[in-house]
Design a binder for this molecule. Structure first.
Ligand code: URA
Length: 275
């Protein structure tokens, strides 16, 4: 077997092993929302935390690399645009959301608001799309089937759910699990921006194209940007596949594990030994 193929196969096996899950179906179709929309890049030579961290652990001279800088979506109103608040805390953001938020139409069918969960001091924030049925019932993010897989992914990284922070672009369940609509995203995402600004994580992992496109307002496809460091308001962001996609396409777990290993290296976490 060629070394490249061997390394890839080993990474897959390691990942499946770490998650305790075997592949049960293969569907090579990857989601694609291809677009030619350009993304601004940092001028060559500008230091970025990711590259700086890499340079610090490398013997060779750092090579300046452009990091795509992600735009931030336009907010629905001046009030909503106020997404950087002096002395902000997660409690204050929760209070601002309120117990019976009626800012957008998602309130009509939701059961519980899913604010987010985890450590306020997390180095790592995972961002999903929006609550599903189980999350809507429990008021907690990622507690259904996809959530269980996310928990396994977090644990495979040597972390616990309590060590990270998990949130969604919208805090109320879209009916029939449809994708959140632009007005809903514009209304709700400023709260997420505030959450990320308060936590100040070392990295954000964006789960899936819709979460990513909603968070950043871009139309970039996941196949184009997955697995590389991007810059979200100065915070390194890694885009990877959504766990729900992995449930349907277990053959993509190897790619996600590669992405998570990059995140682990960035956070200084120990990578699992190769067998
Ligand atoms: N999918 C998401 O994107 N978020 C959740 O909280 C659960 C499933």
């Amino acid at each position: 077997m060629k070394p490249e193929a061997r390394a890839r196969t080993e990474a897959w096996l390691e990942y499946f092993d770490a998650l305790g899950i075997s592949p049960f179906c293969i569907d090579p179709a990857a989601p694609s929302t291809a677009s030619s929309e350009p993304i601004a890049t940092v001028a060559e030579g500008i230091a970025h935390p990711v590259w700086a961290a890499r340079a610090a652990t490398s013997n060779s001279a750092p090579v300046a690399q452009p990091v795509p800088v992600l735009p931030v979506i336009k907010s629905a109103s001046l009030f909503a645009a106020n997404d950087r608040v002096e002395g902000d805390t997660l409690e204050r953001i929760r209070d601002d959301v309120g117990d019976d938020c009626r800012r957008c139409k998602l309130c009509e069918q939701r059961n519980k608001i899913v604010f987010g969960a985890g450590s306020a001091k997390a180095d790592l924030v995972f961002v999903g799309e929006g609550p599903g049925h189980d999350e809507d019932v429990q008021g907690l993010p990622f507690v259904g089937r996809a959530g269980k897989l996310l928990t396994q992914m977090i644990e495979a990284m040597g972390l616990r759910r309590d060590d990270v922070y998990i949130a969604n672009v919208v805090k109320c369940r879209p009916p029939q699990n449809r994708a959140p609509e632009p007005d809903e995203i514009a209304t709700c995402s400023p709260f997420l921006y505030r959450q990320i600004a308060v936590i100040r994580p070392k990295a954000v992992v964006c789960l899936g194209a819709i979460a990513f496109q909603s968070l950043t307002g871009t139309k970039q496809s996941i196949s184009r940007l997955r697995g590389q460091w991007l810059d979200f308001r100065g915070t390194p962001l890694m885009l990877t596949y959504h766990p729900a996609y992995l449930l349907r396409n277990p053959n993509a777990k190897g790619d996600v594990w590669e992405d998570l290993k990059k995140v682990m290296a960035h956070l200084g976490l120990k990578l699992p030994a190769k067998r």
